[in-house]
Design a protein around this ligand. Sequence first.
Ligand SMILES: Nc1ncnc2c1ncn2[C@@H]1O[C@H](COP(=O)(O)OP(=O)(O)OP(=O)(O)O)[C@@H](O)[C@H]1O
Length: 210
Amino acid sequence: MIDIRNLSIRQGTFALTDVTLTVPQSQYAVLMGKSGGGKTTILESIAGLRKPQAGTIVLAGRDVTHLRPAARHVGYVPQDGVLFSTMTVRDNIGFALAVRGDTSTDIAKRVGELAEWLEVAHLLDRSPHFLSGGEKQRVALGRALASRPPVLLLDEPLAALDDDTRDHLVSVLARVRDTREVTVLHVTHNRTEAERLADAVFHLKDGAVK
Ligand SMILES: Nc1ncnc2c1ncn2[C@@H]1O[C@H](COP(=O)(O)OP(=O)(O)OP(=O)(O)O)[C@@H](O)[C@H]1O
């Protein structure tokens, strides 16, 4: 579950006030709204990368409002995916598991399983430099899901992809949704994408969520 109550965030002249939004457990919610409206700001606040001035954030029944990002157990695919460029695809996907000290056997098993599922098994030894846009996004998704987070945040994961690649990634995300293992908040501008994936659609308008 993602439960945001009365969140207020100010950055420079921009402000979001009193944002309230709930995504029930295992649901796939889409957040839409015009450019510059504050969608990324909301995702970054949930992930712990921005500090709100007021409000609470409860994830999977835990109040994480004052926890650091790593303690929140959130899977996050930021805008543009941004993989670690000095690491192979394998190490990108396994990163969170290595940081928390999983054994190399456990890491290899989970990375192998995810790579099959996301259809990137043939790319594991490659550097992110030599991946297509769609491949990069599938690897970024694998990295976000590796530690089995209860919450997944996706910031325009399908932007800047051609139609066929976008269609394929939508079907991958539908598979993620259908496992019902994770509660998802997905930011997009694309109505078709929202219709194909969302259990619920939220609209951010004039600093408020409807
Ligand atoms: N550190 C900052 N200081 C001041 N203003 C900022 C800062 N970061 C973001 N902003 C402003 O906050 C507003 C909301 O930005 P945000 O990226 O959350 O919007 P968005 O809805 O995700 O936009 P887009 O759809 O274009 O990605 C924008 O006006 C942006 O310029």
